[in-house]
Design a protein around this ligand. Sequence first.
Ligand code: SAH
Ligand code: SF4
Length: 395
Amino acid sequence: MLVAGSTRSYIPATLVKFTPAKPALHGETSDSLTAQLTAAGHPAFRARQILEWLYKKRVRTTDEMTNLPRDLRAWLDATFDLEPTAFVLDRQSGDETDKLLLELRDRSLIETVIIRAPMLGVGVEKSRKTICISTQVGCAMGCKFCASGLEGLKRNLSAGEIVHQLIQVCRQEDARTPRARAELASFDNIVVMGMGEPLHNYDAVIRALTIVNAPWGLGFGARRITLSTSGLVPKIRQLADEPLGLRLAISLHGATDEVREQIMPVNKRYPLAELLPAVREFSEKHGRMVTLEFILIEEINDSLAQAEKLRDIARDLHAHVNLIPYNTVEGLPWKRPSITRQERFADVLRAARVPVTLRREKGHDIAAACGQLRLQTEKQRSASLSRRSNALTRI
Ligand code: SAH
Ligand code: SF4
């Protein structure tokens, strides 16, 4: 367990352990599925057929897997869950973003977002269609500005629940363009920037992204996947040694320990003196630029002194900086600075030729709103539950 400072733990010990009745089939790798098939007396070559039904044809039931014998279909049904997430609602913001709200088997809610406009600053400048996926229900890291962390961590997502979000995205695209079947390859990028701290659910996230990347899985290039972290240093080092080759973004949000630890408790455990060398090692091993994300929050981290420190850090790491005007969260006091103040901050970086993106257009700060739709729906749910129990008490 991680401990902030010497006294307060910010990763709750009361993490809910959810054991689904059956594991999700989308969480199996080619090897693990083959092993289970052969152990159950089925031929190994069936794994390839099953994975084709799942990822090339995206079927929902074993009835549709027409080239499999009946006993194998029955075994699959008895052993695995084929639909670990259920589509609840799609909130569209103009033509640019779709926020999919998905419900898990234990009724937890997660968000997956499709962005249909350029999303600058995640290391890829010309992206047109980006998917933002979640890795946990809630988040334990407790960043003071973030809707996902407000109620702590409920539980980790399984690899299958992470992968299935992308299946839901493809289905949603199918619904938009009924004649052409959407392929994941028609998206430019996947960003692991939804709800949760991906490196706090390391094994499931790596397993899921391996399935997303594999030719027998969704076949999506790892260099088009960006993982964003609040800075769990040992896990950044571990990630640097993974053969997958993902891109990395760091949620910096403070250019000095003093400012960063005020809004991100994780900085007490892994201060900048530990974080920045790990980021440098990652970028040297991978030979590509890391992105530093920096939310601009009025009077908290938007001073010119912070801009100068950020400039020095970015220059030193040869990193790209993504400035994100803060997205207000209901119930939190923080505000985004004026446009003039945002530009003045960005100018300090531009003057030093640090590659910097300042997101401006409405709807593009999608990762920013991470966790907000789910939080709203949870609130509505508990309001309607308490209305119902009030009514019962009155009876
Ligand atoms: N836990 C990971 C990834 C999910 S958060 C991380 O922290 O990096 C994705 C990004 O959205 C992070 O940079 C996070 O700091 C940012 N974010 C969270 N709440 C925000 C808000 N209200 N406004 C702007 N950005 C926000
Ligand atoms: Fe968790 Fe990221 Fe939100 Fe921090 S910003 S609470 S790490 S989801």
